[in-house]
Design a protein around this ligand. Structure first.
Ligand SMILES: [Zn+2]
Length: 119
């Protein structure tokens, strides 16, 4: 049976990845947020970083109890929220790039542009 409570390592990963509540337009710090099972645990959703995101208590309750909202999370942490009126909003995890980006490529020196030869 899959555990319901995320591990400390999962919490650290998710708060670093998400930084704030992931509800579109919300800026509550991830440190104060709940870790929400986007697919509810009771409906078979895994306690897995690909199924968890940070939501503040207000938006966690909205998602859990209000009718008509649809939340989907992709493997790379992109959250798509569809409102009851059909408006779609997408939020990307601001910390994902930091977690996944490779080191910067070496900086090449600018090419030397020589003056054209005189005619
Ligand atoms: Zn929020």
């Amino acid at each position: 049976m899959d555990r319901y409570t995320p591990s400390g390592g999962q919490r650290r990963f998710l708060t670093t990845r998400d930084r704030t509540c992931r509800h579109p337009g919300c800026h509550v710090s991830a440190g104060w947020a709940d870790l929400d099972h986007v697919i509810p645990h009771g409906a078979g959703g895994a306690t897995d970083c690909a199924n968890l995101c940070c939501l503040c208590r207000r938006h966690h309750r909205l998602k859990t109890h209000a009718d008509g909202w649809t939340h989907t999370l992709s493997d790379d942490g992109v959250l798509t929220v569809i409102t009851p009126s059909g408006v779609t909003r997408v939020t990307r995890p601001p910390g994902w790039r930091v977690l996944t980006e490779s080191p910067d490529p070496p900086v090449e020196s600018a090419p030397v542009i020589e003056d054209p030869p005189p005619f």
